[in-house]
Each structure stands twice: as C-alpha cells, then as structure tokens.
Design a protein around this ligand. Structure first.
Ligand code: G6P
Ligand code: ZN
Length: 542
C-alpha cells in the first residue's frame, strides 16, 4: 500500500529556534512540507509501531498538512497517531500529550506569535519523547537529510474526519482523534488549587483573558469559565480563526493593546492575561500594573509554594541570560540554585529532566515548569490566579511587596528591527572586540564592573554554547545586554536589554523610562547604535 513519491531537495529547510518557519506560500509548494516531514521521519527513524502526536495552532494550512502527515506516518511505520480534534493542540498541550501517552515524538504545526493566513506564516516543529523541542543534534540530522532527500512515503488514503473525536484506521495505522483540551485541563487541575480559585471567583475575583483568536481559546473556555467558574465572556477572542482575525497573536503591549487599555481603566478586572498563537507565551497585567515577564518569573517563583504542585518547594530557578536577575534574588533568598542559560526554551530541557530546576522563564514572555517541556501560557496565568486566590491580594500590591522584599529590577527591551545584516554584525563585532577595555569605565554614574560575551556550559551534558550575547554589568547590579535576535525573517534585529537594580531602600515605584535614561545613554556610548545603524530610536520598546 505504500507509495513512494520522487522528489528533489529544497534549499533552506533548516529548522531554527522553533522548527521550520516559512511563508504559507512556500509550504504550499508541491513536496515542500512532505520533504521536511519525511526528513524528520528519516532522521529519527521511529521504531515500528511507535506513537506520534500531531497538532497545531489552528492557523491557515494546518489541516492540509495534518492530513498529509497522517498518511506519511502510516507509510513510515508508525503504529498510532494521536491528533487533536480540529487539528488543534497548543504547544504545551502537545508536550503533555507526548509525555502522557509515551509517544516517540510529535509534530507541532505553528508559527507561534507570527500572523497567519494565505500570505502569512506557517511552521513545523518536531518534539522528542520528553515532550520538548528536538535538541540540536536532531534538528541538524533533519536538516542534513533535507539536503539529499529524493523520495517521500505515503499511502493512498482519503482524509480523515479531523473534527470527530474517536478512533479510525489509515492503511492499518490507528489514528485517535483526541479532545485537545481534556488531558491538559486535567493536568492543570492536578497542579493548582482549583478549590481556592473557585472560592475567590465566587467572592468576586474577576479576570479577562485574551486568546487572540488563537489556540488557547478552547482551553481557556474550559478551564477558566467551565472548571473555575469565571463568568461567561471572561475569555475574549476565544474562537481560533485561521488568520487570527487578521491580528498578530503576540501577547505584548502593542498587539494586546485593547487588554492593556482595559486594565488601566476603572473597569479593570483583578487580572488581565493573554497568550500567543500556539499558547506557550503569556502576558500578565494587573489593575493599573503591567508585570514584566522577568518580574512575573520572580514573583511566581517566590509564591509558587502556594500551589499544590510546588508546595514542597522548588529544586531550582532558571532564566535566560537577557531575562532580568529578579529571579536570582528570589533563588538566593530561598537558598535555591539559579541558572542563567542562553536564549531559547530548549536550554531548560536538561535542567528540568535532571531535576535541577523546577521553574523557568524568559524575558520573551515565556514561563513554565517541569510539568511539561515547553513554556506554558495558561500555566502561568493559573499560577498567578492560584497565588492571588490564596493570598487575596491585588497584582499591584503583590508587586510592591515583592520589590520591598527583594528590590526592583527596572527593565525594558529596545528592538531595532530589519537592520542590514552587515551593519548589525559590524556593531556586534566592534562591541565584542572592545569588551576587555570596558571594565572600570564610567558612564555618568554607572561604572562597568565586568563585561563579556556570554558562553554557557550545560551543567548536565557539558556542551558549550558561545557568543550568546554581550553582557555589560555595572556596579550595583544594573546591566545592559546586546544580542541579535535568532528568530527574525528580515535582515537583523538588534535587541538591547536594559536593567537597573534599585535596592529595597531605593526608588521602587518610578516610571520605567525615567529610571532607564542613564542606561540608554550608556548603551549608545558603548555600542554606537546610531553610528552603525543610522537608527536614532528603537522600533519597539517592550
Ligand atoms: C522563541 C523561543 C524562545 C526565545 C525566543 C527568542 O520564541 O521559543 O524560547 O526566547 O524565541 O527570540 P529572539 O528573537 O530574541 O531570538
Ligand atoms: Zn509561541
């Protein structure tokens, strides 16, 4: 029954930080998605009868690729496929389903927070048996295979009914169309104190969750409205749409502006939150208080023991290098190990698998724990709700209390987008070349304590990752980080991360921009951004 289709390689099928991401039109070319999926199967050579999970964020082209991937899985010897009904599985839910059903891996079809639709983005990512993104050894093997691929395998079989949960067979392989929400919602209920949250809801705790017409809608309806009792209408934009209603499903202050405005208004509920296209990022805003992802990580770590899953304490706290050091101060106070990893969730995988860290987070709006091997947007929202419900405190009061205990790491990220690659590289090269001369130099009241190009030695497997961004550390705990984005599609994006530490007896509630002025000037003096790029202001400030 297996049919072999001849093909030739496509250039550039190299998986990036989060799989292969291209325009939909690129994926729609004959053989394009098939070549990549076959390269995955060839590279991982699944044992006969292995289980494969398939799901996506519901964006345009999702269903077509899922149907094709099911036929190809049958031809490649898989024994069972678990597919989310409607083609839906959020990234953290897919990670959980892989782990729970002991699958050999999973295909996650998503371009995360990028826009969707016929002229927008699509992506395919392969996750391995621990539920996490494939490590570099695997993605490299996939890429190598895409360069020589000359055939892909399929079976002649009609599309299955993806909308009907139940079991069918495709050329002898079992396909289970599963409720995409149930397993995940059960997991959340096992981690958090739903009784306490329900009690707070009936006492008047309110929230607004913006699903951005992306994958978290069905999850949020089930968990927030049905299981936790938030009133109907708590979830906004809760129906996944193939083009996300024409918006960017990116939960930041630019693309979730409606939510932000609500949270700054007199009608604001207790908590405002949003998640991205595939459900792994989160945005947290209290009434009149935006919480940066770096602060959110620190505040959640400090209060995690209030949730049943973390009541026994944390094993360690990990953050990516550009994420502020706020979480380190919590780790220190709790006597826990803390880890500083390169940007990218995959670097947390070893720490989580080895039981060295329990909670991880990134400045790029990702937070998560050892419950899955992806960052998890709704998990972060639920941990916030759990903490607020038990403590009966507002987000703003919790933030102020946190800063009064640990001091405050004022923080902002300045992005300079679509710079000519050569100019961006020249800036980074000059910066790196001048690092040794920086120590001891003064920029206004700031004195450089140390400066380096960040390298990471994985404490579990000893692997070394160099050139992960430039760190300039100042006396007193302030810091500037310079790094080129690893996810851009056009030219280069320079990210400048600004962090100013104010101790507990310092200025804890000032406007962020005012507090960062001196650091912004120092960043210009150190890196020569205007001179190299001609840009006098960042394109995006988050
Ligand atoms: C993806 C990864 C994140 C990472 C982010 C960095 O979203 O999943 O783990 O933090 O990319 O993006 P950047 O553009 O800064 O390289
Ligand atoms: Zn995402």
């Amino acid at each position: 029954m297996i049919r072999t289709v001849a093909t030739t390689p496509f250039e550039g099928q190299k998986p990036g930080t989060s799989g292969l991401r291209k325009k939909v039109r690129v994926f729609q070319q004959d053989n394009y998605a098939e070549n990549f999926i076959q390269a995955v199967f060839d590279a991982v050579s699944p044992p006969r009868g292995a289980v494969l999970v398939i799901g996506g964020d519901g964006r345009f082209h999702n269903r077509a690729v899922i149907q094709q991937a099911i036929r190809m899985a049958a031809a490649n010897g898989y024994g069972r496929v678990l597919a989310g009904a409607g083609g839906i599985l959020s990234t953290p839910a897919a990670s959980h389903v892989i782990r729970k059903h002991q699958a050999s891996g999973g295909l996650i079809l998503s371009a995360s927070h990028n826009p969707g639709g016929p002229d927008e983005d699509f992506g395919i990512k392969y996750n391995v048996a621990n539920g996490g993104p494939a490590p570099e050894s695997v993605t490299e093997a996939i890429y190598v295979r895409t360069q020589t691929i000359d055939r892909w395998l399929t079976v002649d079989w009609a599309d299955i009914d993806l909308d009907k949960p139940g079991v069918v067979t495709v050329a002898g392989m079992v396909v289970e169309v599963i409720d995409p929400v149930a397993d995940y919602a059960d997991l959340m209920e096992s981690l958090f104190d739903f009784v306490a949250i329900r009690a707070a809801v009936s006492d008047g705790m309110t929230m607004c969750f913006d699903a951005m017409h992306a994958v978290t809608g069905p999850y949020a309806h089930e968990i927030l409205e049905r299981r936790l009792g938030f009133r109907a209408g708590t979830v906004h934009n809760g129906t996944p749409i193939e083009d996300f209603g024409g918006h960017h499903p990116d939960p930041n202050l630019v693309h979730a502006k409606v939510l932000y405005d609500l949270m700054m208004s007199p009608e604001a509920p207790v908590l405002g939150a949003a998640s991205d296209g595939d459900g792994d990022r989160n945005l947290i805003i209290g009434k009149n208080r935006f919480v940066t992802p770096s602060d959110s990580l620190a505040m959640l770590a400090a209060n995690a023991h209030l949730a049943p899953a973390y009541a026994g304490g944390l094993k360690g706290i990990a953050r990516s290098m550009p994420t502020s050091a706020a979480a380190d101060r919590v780790a220190q106070a709790l006597g826990l190990p803390s880890f500083e990893t390169p940007t990218g969730w995959k670097f947390f995988g070893n720490l989580l698998d080895a039981g060295m860290a329990t909670i991880c987070g990134e400045e790029s709006a990702g937070t998560g724990s050892d419950h899955v091997r992806e960052k998890d947007g709704l998990w972060a929202v639920l941990l916030w709700l759990n903490v607020l419900a038990v403590r009966r405190i507002s987000v703003d009061d919790l933030a102020r209390e946190h800063w009064a205990t640990y001091g405050r790491n004022y923080y902002a990220r300045h992005d300079y987008e679509a710079i000519e690659t050569e100019k961006a590289n020249a800036l980074m090269a000059e910066l790196t070349g001048g690092l040794d001369a920086l120590a001891g130099r003064e920029f206004g009241a700031l004195k450089v304590a140390a400066a380096d190009s960040f390298a990471y030695v994985d404490p579990v497997d000893g692997s070394v990752s160099r050139n992960q961004g430039v760190r300039v550390m100042f006396a007193g705990g302030s810091r500037i980080v310079f790094r080129l984005s690893g996810t851009g599609t056009e030219g280069a994006t320079l990210r400048v991360y600004l962090e100013r530490y104010e101790p507990v007896d310092g200025k804890l509630d000032e406007p962020v921009s005012a507090m960062l002025g001196e650091l912004i000037a120092a960043a210009e003096a150190i890196a020569g951004i205007v001179r190299h790029t001609g840009r006098t202001a960042p394109d995006v400030v988050t």
